[in-house]
Design a protein around this ligand. Structure first.
Ligand SMILES: Nc1ncnc2c1ncn2[C@@H]1O[C@H](COP(=O)(O)OP(=O)(O)O)[C@@H](O)[C@H]1O
Ligand SMILES: [Mg+2]
Length: 660
């Protein structure tokens, strides 16, 4: 409270009075308190701080400082403890209460004043209201916590990168991603240590751009990160400078899984496209080949008939033989196309692929150049497969010949067999594959290999890199068809200059391997006197067949349809020793005709002739029928088959034919 200075006072007293005025009006709180907890005196600001209108009011009202002034009562005890020890307490920060119960932050400095007996007489104190500063500090602390939390829980691995590429801050996601602890990273590691060597250059460039040409620096891009264990992660990165600093903040999202899935999807898509392409080429090729097959059959039959009537020195003989050879060659092409389109008849049985490999190797040894060594690595207890041995042989010879061709300077051909199991994962990765047991047959050469362009087309029919006359481009197409019709999988691994490996997975057939007994084809013209019913919708074939059979002593009746064949059979059944039945006839068709025939006479001997069956493999039918011959056939082959069918069933006929 300002005092009125008295003019009569001595100078010392005057100074004292002035000083007292200064203290009373000082802009900080100044006070004197008793050890018992009362204010002895206080200045104006001190009273204002505490919510009293005058210092007098303050000293009168406060009787217990600990309870009335300190927001946390124990603060006074602590302060007094310190004062007894050190005589003074400097810049102690605590909260004081105002008269109305609200509180505020103060910074206090206190001194203990002792009496002559050494006891503390009173305390002198100074207080400054620091509420504003405290609030600012708290706000800062809060926002730091807030941003730290955002940095931590954003879901991405985040770091702050200094100008010199040192990482100054990393969150726990970044620890997880890299396998390093925050301690090992923060202030220790450069950002570039985590980047795949191939990506470092452009990442460094971006880092510089961001600082000197921020407009041109990309803010989102992908790169590859290498973790502590050397493993690679595909990362999607968002990065930018923190405004007003040279630090950048980078968020890394691990997209390795997604990338992998994308690649996988693309691969499966390609596989599917390839399969669809092969399917449609197959249909086209199959359709053409089927019609050609019938035409060739007619040509072949007629040429052979012409030849049969002529001596070797007949002037037409050489020309006819040339025609016959061309027909043969065409028939061979057509047969490969039929195989490719899976329209050829397969005669499946239990097959030990080791034996097929050994047999094929024998043929290859005689036919491919000597400077190529053939090595077989065959699994001892190889599981059996359900396959057409003739087709397996064809496949092996095709692969072997291609390999030999690729090793014009010599090399090694290794054929291997192995029992393998393809699991769900494998099946998932290869469209159309069922998990299970397979026999893996691989054919490996050390030849010239292929570039990826060639590799893409090798199974296409008529694709060849060989000179005209050397290759037809049908070898691998038929291999493809064979594998497919056996529900197998074929893969080709090849690199230019590094050789080629074909892998074929054949589904395993449960049960023991049966001895394969392919009766040797007797090509000598076989004669007979039996009666034969020939059913074929194509007149040329019908007539050619009739002629050749009659020439060989047989009696022949013909039918142009299934219906006609049936009525003839019903009428002359007992006189007919066997039926030659074309499967693909219009009308009731060969299949139904066969069933009806068997109903009339379950012991009927029927030789099926077919180039292809539109409704599936003929083996089901072959079980009912007595024999099967595939079109186009050589007449000698037909005669042999006819004899075989007639002879094979001779002894049982008596019991099987119902007595008249
Ligand atoms: N083992 C192999 N090494 C290198 N290239 C091969 C091999 N097998 C096949 N090829 C390539 O595949 C093409 C197609 O083969 P294929 O269908 O058998 O027809 P062709 O042998 O008549 O050319 C060949 O022309 C060749 O370019
Ligand atoms: Mg070939």
């Amino acid at each position: 409270m300002p005092h009125n200075p008295s003019l009569q006072k001595d100078p010392m007293e005057k100074d004292h009075q002035e000083l007292s005025d200064i203290l009373m009006n000082a802009p900080i709180g100044i006070f004197k308190t008793s050890p018992q907890g009362r204010f002895l005196s206080a200045n104006i600001v001190c009273a204002q701080y505490l919510g009293y209108s005058t210092p007098q009011e303050l000293t009168d009202s406060v009787t217990d400082i600990a309870a009335q002034i300190y927001a946390d009562h124990s603060d006074r005890e602590r302060v007094l403890g310190l004062l007894t020890q050190n005589e003074e307490v400097v810049n102690y920060e605590c909260r004081f209460l105002r008269r109305d119960g609200s509180d505020f932050w103060v910074n206090i400095t206190l001194r203990a004043i002792r009496a002559s007996n050494g006891k503390i007489a009173h305390y002198q104190g100074f207080a400054v209201d620091i509420t504003k500063r405290k609030q600012a500090e708290e706000a800062l602390l809060h926002s730091e916590k807030y941003y730290r939390a955002v940095f931590e829980i954003s879901g991405a691995a985040q770091i702050i990168i200094e100008d010199d590429t040192t990482i100054s801050l990393a969150n726990s996601r970044f620890e997880e991603l890299t396998g390093y602890s925050r301690k090992e990273i923060e202030g220790q590691k450069s950002w570039t240590e985590f980047i795949h060597p191939d990506d470092v250059l452009f990442m460094k460039k971006n880092h510089q751009l961001r600082r000197y040409e921020p407009g041109n620096a990309p803010r989102k891009y992908e790169f590859r990160l290498i973790d502590r264990h050397g493993e690679m992660h595909d990362i999607f990165l968002c990065v930018d400078l923190i405004p007003g600093t040279t630090q950048s903040v980078a968020s890394c999202i691990d997209i390795s899984d997604r990338k992998q899935a994308e690649k996988e999807r693309e691969r499966l898509q390609l596989q599917l496209l390839h399969a669809q392409k092969m399917e449609s080429i197959g249909r086209l090729a199959g359709g053409v080949a089927h019609d050609f097959n019938n035409l060739l059959q007619a040509m072949s039959g007629n040429v052979q008939l012409l030849l049969m009537g002529k001596e070797n020195d007949h002037p037409d003989a050489p020309r006819l033989k040339t025609i016959a050879k061309s027909i043969d060659r065409s028939a061979h092409l057509v047969r490969q196309l039929l195989i490719f389109s899976r329209k050829s008849e397969a005669q499946r049985q239990r097959v030990d692929l080791n034996r097929e490999v050994q047999e094929a190797a024998k043929i290859l040894e005689r036919t491919i150049p000597r400077m190529i060594r053939i090595e077989l690595q065959l699994e001892k207890r190889l599981l059996p497969v359900h396959a057409d041995p003739a087709q397996v042989e064809l496949l092996l010879l095709n692969l072997g010949n291609n390999a030999a061709h690729a090793m014009s300077n010599g090399g090694q051909l290794v054929i291997q067999t192995k029992n393998v199991v393809l699991d769900e994962n494998y099946a998932h990765a290869h469209a159309g594959t069922k998990p299970g047991r397979y026999v893996l047959m691989s054919v490996e050469d050390t030849g010239c290999g292929m570039d990826s362009n060639t590799l893409e087309h090798i199974f296409d029919p008529f694709f060849t890199t060989k000179e005209v006359g050397t290759g037809t481009g049908l070898g691998l197409a038929s291999v493809y068809g064979i594998v497919n019709s056996h529900d197998g999988i074929i893969l080709c691994l090849s690199e230019q200059g590094r050789g080629t490996t074909f892998q074929i997975f054949w589904p395993v057939m449960p049960g023991p391997v049966e001895a394969k007994h392919a009766p040797p084809m007797n090509t000598v013209m076989r004669k007979g006197t039996e009666s034969i019913l020939v059913a074929d919708d194509e007149e040329v074939i019908r007539e050619v067949t009739r002629e050749v059979l009659e020439n060989s002593g047989y009696t022949v009746i013909t039918a142009a349809s299934g219906e006609e064949a049936l009525s003839l059979f019903a009428e002359k059944g007992r006189l007919v020793d066997m039926v030659i039945l074309d499967l693909s006839m219009p009308g009731m068709g060969g299949r139904q005709c066969l069933e009806e025939l068997m109903r009339i006479n379950p012991a009927a001997r029927v030789l099926i002739s077919s180039g292809y069956s539109p409704d599936g493999p003929a083996q089901k039918i072959s079980k009912v029928a007595t024999g099967f011959i595939s079109k186009p056939y050589q007449l000698a082959e037909l005669l042999a088959k006819v004899r075989q069918v007639l002879d094979d069933t001779q002894d049982t006929t008596a019991e099987r034919v119902p007595s008249p």
